[in-house]
Design a binder for this molecule. Structure first.
Ligand SMILES: Nc1ncnc2c1ncn2[C@@H]1O[C@H](COP(=O)(O)OP(=O)(O)OP(=O)(O)O)[C@@H](O)[C@H]1O
Ligand SMILES: [Mg+2]
Length: 181
């Protein structure tokens, strides 16, 4: 992230996300904020903090990405490889395919050891990528993913998704969400 300006002003938000990353969170958390308010930067900053920690397993998916797999997904190499394999089988833009691919628990997570691991899965821009019509079912599947990761023995799990303004808040009202302004 050296090419970007220094991370400022969102230290409290980052602290909160770090706490949820450490302790786990239930159910799925939605982060809602206007375009350009810093959602992506916050998620990437969180990922950068967690990726070097042995006791964390962090995954970031840019659901809007149309670039290469290693731009759309930030994750440890074995997870990135599994996601890339699944993405190749799914038609459509890479970010959208990756957002769907992470739901394949058997293929991505089954062989990994979760002992003493805090798992953090972040999906950026879910609605803009997946569209309104499937977001409810996708959210249910993220919750299922969270529960399956706990069943696999993860110490804690935190699943976080971001949404831009323009999306009806009533769509989110039934789920847990916070607003970033
Ligand atoms: N806390 C911060 N410190 C420094 N720069 C920031 C911070 N937050 C955001 N920026 C910068 O502001 C720009 C917009 O931020 P970002 O892309 O994270 O917004 P966003 O909420 O994800 O927007 P969008 O809804 O369009 O996806 C980026 O260049 C980013 O690096
Ligand atoms: Mg963004």
């Amino acid at each position: 992230m050296s090419s970007e300006p220094r991370f400022v002003n969102r230290l409290q938000e980052l602290d909160t996300l770090l706490r949820y990353s450490q302790n786990g969170y239930y159910p799925v958390l939605f982060l809602y904020g206007p375009e350009g308010c810093g959602k992506t930067r916050l998620l990437k900053e969180l990922y950068a903090k967690l990726r070097t920690r042995e006791d964390f397993l962090a995954i970031y998916v840019d659901a809007q990405s149309t670039g290469e797999p290693d731009k759309a997904v930030l994750a440890p190499p074995e997870i990135l490889q599994s996601i890339s394999d699944i993405v190749k089988e799914i038609a459509g833009p890479i970010g959208k395919a990756a957002a769907l691919a992470i739901l394949h628990v058997n293929r991505i997570f089954k062989r990994l050891s979760f002992k003493n691991k805090h798992v953090v899965v972040t999906v950026d821009d879910v609605v803009r990528s997946l569209g309104y019509d499937i977001i409810e079912i996708y959210t249910k599947n993220l919750l299922k993913l969270l529960e399956e990761l706990l069943n696999l023995g993860a110490e804690s799990v935190f699943v976080l998704a971001t949404i831009s303004e323009g999306v009806s808040r009533s769509l989110l009202a039934r789920h847990n969400y916070v607003i970033l302004t």
